[in-house]
Design a protein around this ligand. Structure first.
Ligand SMILES: NC(=O)c1ccc[n+]([C@@H]2O[C@H](COP(=O)([O-])OP(=O)(O)OC[C@H]3O[C@@H](n4cnc5c(N)ncnc54)[C@H](OP(=O)(O)O)[C@@H]3O)[C@@H](O)[C@H]2O)c1
Length: 256
């Protein structure tokens, strides 16, 4: 019996799948039965993950994509659909950081971050939705979009003004999209993870101030990548059919 969590028959594109959270999503969603399209710029890493997933019986396809570049986003969706047909899920996970307090942050870093974290989410999610609207099986109508924001959209932390702004912006943008696309059977939800050790954060928790910050968390620990498995599976599955425009904080209480 399908308990509503089985992802067999779904084809889901994950951006930022070459490392960290996105790579974990690729492994998790394929283990639940989805065909997973792994998108990012570092093709070698994507191909290594594609091989790893395929070797354990999953289905994965590596496609090159720079989320900040509309032409690259469209080309990646074209390539994926030519190989596997219509996509019915998009996880907009690609992101970057730009450290620097507001007085020091350069315009180049501000713009570069927004190009990935805000424009990149807009471009990938919109392209995915356009294709779902055009290609979805009219009986099925169960598109799924998950936007990876962050608790920094809520919890105010000095030193990351552009990052925090981008993560708050995608939450509100996702809610607008959820309203606009409800009639097409597309659900758009936002995931707000707490701090997790990945390439993005590894260095910051080695410093004295990073260790102090970590010790301020209720359980004095980072979130584990595996602790996002349940929520990403749920938000891509039939079981979440009545959930759209919602925010999911998974942070072990870090933002309380
Ligand atoms: N780690 C945390 O504590 C944490 C907490 C909350 C939210 N997040 C969010 O989770 C997401 C994943 O971050 P992570 O922690 O897993 O960091 P990560 O390991 O550094 O992964 C970032 C991913 O984004 C991709 N990316 C960056 N720029 C891109 C571009 N222009 N086009 C396509 N892909 C691009 C990278 O791939 P390529 O370099 O190969 O392109 C990489 O796969 C980000 O949105 C981040 O803000 C992270």
């Amino acid at each position: 019996m399908n308990n509503g969590f089985d992802l067999s028959g779904r084809t889901i594109l994950v951006t930022g799948a070459s490392s960290g959270i996105g790579a974990r999503f690729g492994r998790t969603l394929s283990a639940s039965g989805a065909k997973v399209i792994l998108a990012a710029r570092r093709r070698d890493k994507l191909e290594a993950l594609q091989t790893e997933i395929t070797e354990v019986g999953g289905q994965a396809l590596a496609v090159s994509m720079d989320v900040a570049d509309e032409g690259s986003v469209i080309a990646a969706f074209e390539e994926a659909e030519a190989e596997w047909g219509p996509i019915d899920g998009v996880i907009a996970n690609a992101g970057r950081n730009a450290n620097g307090h507001s007085l020091e942050l350069s315009v180049e870093d501000f713009d570069g971050l927004m190009a990935v974290n805000l424009r990149g989410v807009f471009l990938t999610v919109r392209e995915g939705a356009r294709r779902m609207i055009k290609n979805q099986d009219p009986q099925k109508k169960s598109g799924r979009i998950v936007i990876v924001s962050s608790i920094t959209a809520k919890k105010v932390t000095p030193g990351i003004p552009a990052y925090s702004a981008s993560k708050a912006a995608v939450v509100q943008m996702g809610k607008v999209m959820a309203l606009e696309w409800a009639k097409f059977g597309i659900n758009v939800n936002m995931l707000l993870p707490g701090y997790i050790e990945t390439d993005l954060t590894a260095d910051s928790f080695k410093t004295d101030s990073g260790k102090m910050f970590l010790n301020s968390f209720p359980r004095r620990r980072l979130v584990e990548l595996s602790e996002l498995d349940g929520i990403i599976n749920y938000l891509c599955a039939d079981a979440s059919s009545a959930i759209t425009g919602a925010e999911f904080v998974v942070d072990d209480g870090q933002s309380i």
